[in-house]
Structures are given as C-alpha cells and as structure tokens.
Design a protein around this ligand. Structure first.
Ligand SMILES: *Cc1c(COP(=O)(O)O)cnc(C)c1O
Length: 380
C-alpha cells in the first residue's frame, strides 16, 4: 500500500462495533466489566481507550517499520516519557541543535536524576563516536534541526550506536513519517510532536512515539501508564482526522517551500537561506539520501532586526506565531520566540542572528505565497 492509501486504510479506521467510518470519540474514563474474573481489552482510559488505540495503531502503521505506537499529551510529554526510561548514572549523547524544550529538560531537570548528557556537533559523525563513554546508553538526534535546518546522517549515527549496543532515539517532527523513515535506517525509537504536521491544523497539542523494539515497547507502555501523560480522547480523534490528509498537505507545502527557498536564495535582500532542498545547503547530499524532499520549513536571514520587523509588518498571508506544521503558513522570529532565553552571544554563535526568520509553509496557493513574500521584501 502506498502512503496516501495507508493514511486512509492502513490501520483500524472503521469502528468495529458499529461500522462508523470515523472512529468514534469514546469519551469515557472507565468500562463496564461483565465478568470480574475475565480480562477485557479496555478497563480504564489511562491504560487504554479505543479512540487512542486507533491513533496508536495508526501512527505505528504509517511510520514505516513501526510495530508499536503511543500517544501523549504533547510532544514534550512524549520526549519526557522516552527519556525518563533512563536511570541514574546513564549517559546520553545528543545533537547540539536540539528543540528548546528537550534542551531545558536535560539541562535543568536531568541533573537532579543523575542522567548525564553530552552535546555534539550533529553533522560530524566522528563527534558522536568520540562522545561515547562506558556508561553511554543512547544517541538522540533531530534532523533537520530547528531553526537552522542542519542535517545529521541518520544511518551513520544509528550505525555507530548499533556497533556500541546503544539505542538511537530520533525526534522526527520536521520530516514526518511521510518524508523520512528513521526506523528503516536503524533508529529504535521515533518521536513526533503531532502538534505540527501530523495533526496539521494548529488546533491540538499532541505527541506520538513509535518503536519496532519489543523491550522499548514494554517500557514505554509502563511509563505511559504510570507517568499518565496520555493524549485525551478528543485530541486523539482530532489527530486521527488530521492525519488522513497529511499526504496531500505535505505535497502542497513542500512544493511551495522549494519554490520559496529558490526565490529567496536569488533575492538581493536575503543574505542567506537555510533549506535542505537547496543544493547550496551543506547537508543537501546527506538529506537527499535519507528524505523524500526538503520539507516544509525553511529559515532565511535578512540584513538586521529592523529589516526583519519591516518584513513581519508587510506580510499579509502567513500568520506570525510560534509553532509550525499548520495548514496556514507561519512566520516565526527565533530571537524573541524560540531563542528568547538564550543569551545574545551564545545565540549569535549558534547563527541565530537578528535578521533570522523561520517560515513553516502552509497549503495556500504557491503563487499567493510567492507574491506576498516578494512584496514584503520590496518594502525593506
Ligand atoms: C514542537 C516540537 C516539539 C515539542 O512538541 P509539543 O507538542 O509542543 O510539546 C518537539 N520537537 C520538535 C522538533 C518540535 O518542533
């Protein structure tokens, strides 16, 4: 089954009890038990709920190579539940360009739990190898990274992990299961903020995890139950609905993103474009090998903070907001949004300059987006 068909038919999309073409919202906390000695599939909604079960089977089906899926109240709940599977004394190696919430978790909270982390330049495979210690348990990566879209060689990192009996965990939010297939490249656990492209409508906060490893599946099942950070029934239903159109949404968004990146790259008011679908991107060859296209997120740099402000004021189609992956295009300003807490010198050293803008490309008509961005650039 190809991807778009799988999104519609590849998992339990029809209610077993009634034949309803949309899995109903099983809005219940508990389930009547006919016989107190007989087990039954559902007993209490934190342990399992039919609507959540459909979503969890759904994500396991569309993440190529996946066997077990788990739904959480947010991407961060998913990440925390995965990472709190490690123990006091364990060491993790992580990419240095990492989602801000994950960074804060491992930097501010993990020291209290005795879980140690080393950050490496994710684009350098030797750095991953060199960071391994006797107590290293896992590699954790994100590719492309946010907001500068640096590219990590997934198969390369997972290969080093395998040689050293380490688990590889990957945040796959930016590329979705549609554009990148980490489990087929050796990753063991894939995490998605379903808040973004999977749900796709900027109306739900949700996280999903997929694995093909039975030991991890058992651990995650227990942790999901005892930490309790499950995704609520109504939000499961919304993600199930949003997911069905992801194929079409991503096709439109990525087509526009490529056209926009090409326009910006050749525009005199733009210093620099970060988009892994451009041959000028340093990670282009690696990305091309492991992903279907450049994705729907790009960043670009204008002259300075004033130029960025003028640009935000002049655009009329995208909304200005944090987050990404919605049907509407979203412009973000890392300096005052995602990286507001990062000290200026550190932020500049990372390449997050005052002129940097991130664009998550929605499903509007490509021509309208190109026209709007062009007219906004003309005002600066
Ligand atoms: C948004 C995001 C998260 C966190 O997800 P929430 O749903 O906001 O908790 C994690 N990783 C990446 C790459 C993200 O973009």
């Amino acid at each position: 089954m190809k991807f778009n068909t799988k999104l519609i038919h590849g998992y339990p999309v029809i209610d077993k009890e009634t034949g309803a073409a949309s899995i109903p919202l099983y809005q219940t906390s508990t389930f009547h038990q006919n016989d107190i000695d007989q087990g039954q599939p559902f007993t209490y909604s934190r342990f399992g709920n039919p609507t959540r079960d459909a979503l969890e089977k759904g994500i396991a089906a569309i993440e190529t190579g996946g066997t077990h899926g788990f739904a959480f109240a947010s991407g961060m709940a998913a990440i925390t539940t995965v990472l709190l599977s490690f123990s006091k004394g364990d060491h993790l190696v992580m990419c240095q360009n990492i989602y801000g919430g994950t960074f804060q978790l491992v930097q501010e909270v993990f020291p209290r739990f005795g879980i140690e982390v080393t950050f490496v330049d994710e684009t350098n495979l030797a750095a991953w190898q060199e960071a391994i210690q006797a107590n290293t348990k896992a590699f954790y990566l994100e590719t492309p990274s946010n907001p500068l879209l640096s590219i990590t060689d997934i198969e390369g990192v997972a290969g080093i992990a395998k040689q050293n009996q380490l688990t590889t965990i990957m945040d796959g939010t930016f590329m979705t299961p549609q554009l990148q297939e980490p489990l087929t490249l050796g990753v063991d656990v894939v995490i998605h903020s379903a808040t973004k492209f999977l749900n796709g409508h900027s109306d739900v906060i949700a996280g999903l995890v997929v694995t093909n490893n039975n030991t991890w599946a058992e651990t995650l099942h227990t942790n999901q139950k005892v930490f309790g950070g499950i995704l609520g029934t109504e939000d499961c239903w919304l993600v199930l609905r949003g997911m069905k159109t992801m194929g079409l949404r991503m096709a439109q968004s990525t087509k526009s993103a490529q056209a926009i990146a090409e326009l910006l790259e050749n525009h005199p008011k733009v210093n620099r474009v970060y988009y892994p679908g451009l041959p000028s991107h340093p990670g282009y060859a690696t990305h091309k090998k492991q992903a279907k296209n450049g994705g729907a997120v790009l960043s670009f740099e204008l002259a300075d903070g004033q130029a960025a402000r003028n640009f935000f004021n002049a655009t009329t189609v995208p909304i200005t907001a944090v987050s990404l992956g919605g049907v509407e295009s979203i412009l973000s300003y890392p300096v005052t949004m995602s990286h507001a807490c990062v000290p200026e010198n550190e932020r500049l050293a990372q390449g997050i300059t005052d002129g940097l803008i991130r664009l998550s490309v929605g499903i509007e008509d490509t021509e309208d987006l190109l026209h709007d961005l062009q007219q906004a650039l003309n005002t600066i």
